[in-house]
Design a protein around this ligand. Sequence first.
Ligand code: MG
Ligand code: ZN
Length: 223
Amino acid sequence: MNIPIIRKVLERNDAAARENRELFDSSGIFCIDLLGGAGCGKTTLLEMLLPRLASSMRIAVLEGDLETTRDAERIAALGVPAIQLLTEGGCHLTATHVRRALDQVPLESTDLLMIENVGNPICPANFELGEHCRIAVLSATEGDDKPLKYPLLFRTAAAVVISKCDLLPHVRFDPGRARAEINRINPDARVFLTSNTPNSDLDELTHWISVKTRQAHGAPMLT
Ligand code: MG
Ligand code: ZN
């Protein structure tokens, strides 16, 4: 009884996602959906990455949350245009949420649109937003057993960031096991290890995002 209803919701979402994608492509925007559980470090990752990326591209950020404008305020403090998208209790973003927010994005002067999804490792992975690729975040504090427990999140991600690696001495988390299980689900996923410290090495991840964004704009790769 429920199955046709769920299918209809996803079909409607997919149609809206296709419209978003067309808008991104016609505006020359590369769009990344950033997903992961609550508190895994998505906003902190953006705070560390955006200043590194902003020297070579124009960025805008959509912040998805149930309530509060806290995350958008953190991004706006970096001087990056940030729009807070409130789901008012909804546990994932939909393509329609994103479409409404796009009215506030300076489309013609944006090269990279980062969407931070609602903190939830489960259902956001079911909803395409029109993004070109996904980055999943898994923190060392969540446990190295999570890739096999939340496989859709990791199967659909082009890259996985293992965050909070500065806490590895204090938690039971084997980055080798996490990497192996991620690649068992998704052999093509790139895996990056980061720390929530000012001196975290983000060069490889910054380079990966830069190359993806440039490729989407048809520019030659600078590798
Ligand atoms: Mg956040
Ligand atoms: Zn949900």
